[in-house]
Design a protein around this ligand. Structure first.
Ligand code: ADP
Ligand code: MG
Length: 256
């Protein structure tokens, strides 16, 4: 059985894709078998894994609509050393096209079902919304990783996300739980960042990962080369944090 984790936060630009790509590559570097699923029509995780979204013949879109199997659509990320189910703009249409399909919230879950033994970790990069695509991610997953910036409005958005996760848990997916909150783009010199960080620890206790990912320009540069940050410049502070995060994750799942 694999650990299937959705990386979710309905806000854009909070580090979901950076977290998914770097955690995938860092887990792979630890010898874990990893599948990354790009559920965002922007295809940033696809490009960041060195797979050109403009050249896809099959993608997660066909898989969700039942036009291709996961085995047909997945590719290998040479730079990250993990499998990826890629995405591009086609996926934007899936939202509407799935409306008429039966069990539309669980299309991804069904597609993954035959592959329980193929991977140690499946990481799902969700789009910045609480849409049908994110719902598919949350229904397929057994855990949610929430990356967040430690700023005032981050806490406001968090309650919407937590409520959505509770609803999915109650109505659609009793296996779902919050694995943890990951502090990203952290600026240790900022008083506000430190205050919000302390509030998070107070409120969520050990649901807050110990690893803190600093703001680090090398992580932002890596995607334009199609290389995960942890591979692009392993010694950079941001890469080191994601490598440590993978180790923390492997330890954490042992307690499940
Ligand atoms: P999301 O997927 O939530 O929209 P991204 O992972 O794409 O967010 O991150 C948004 C932007 O911030 C991207 O340009 C990314 O390169 C940059 N970024 C993400 N994490 C960091 C970090 N720790 N340090 C510096 N830049 C970061
Ligand atoms: Mg993204």
């Amino acid at each position: 059985m694999s650990y299937i984790f959705a990386v979710a936060n309905q806000k854009g630009g909070v580090g979901k894709t950076t977290t998914t790509v770097n955690l995938a590559a860092a887990l792979a570097a630890q010898g874990q078998r990893v599948l990354l699923i790009d559920l965002d029509p922007q295809g940033n995780a696809t490009m960041g894994s060195g797979v050109d979204k403009r050249l896809l013949k099959t993608s997660v879109y066909q898989v969700l609509l039942g036009l291709a199997s996961l085995a047909e659509a997945r590719q290998f990320s040479e730079t990250g050393k993990y499998d990826i189910l890629p995405a591009n703009r086609d996926l934007a249409g899936a939202e509407v096209e799935m409306v008429d399909l039966d069990y539309r919230e669980t299309r991804l879950k069904q597609a993954l079902a035959p592959h329980g033994a193929d991977y140690d970790f499946v990481l799902i990069d969700c789009p910045p919304s609480l849409s049908m695509l994110t719902l598919n991610g949350l229904c397929a997953a057994n855990g949610v990783i929430i990356p967040m910036q430690c700023e005032y409005y981050a806490l406001e958005g968090l309650s919407d996300l937590v409520n959505t996760i509770k609803k999915v848990y109650a109505n659609l997916n009793p296996d779902l739980r919050i694995i943890g909150l990951l502090r990203v783009m952290f600026d240790s010199r900022s008083t506000l960042s430190n205050q919000v960080s302390a509030q998070l620890e107070q409120h969520f206790g050990d649901k807050v990962f110990k690893t803190v990912v600093p703001r680090n320009v090398r992580l932002a540069e890596a995607p334009s080369y199609g290389i995960p940050g942890v591979v692009f410049d392993r010694s950079a502070k941001g890469a080191q944090a994601y490598l440590a995060f993978a180790v923390e994750m492997i330890e954490r799942v042992k307690t499940f």
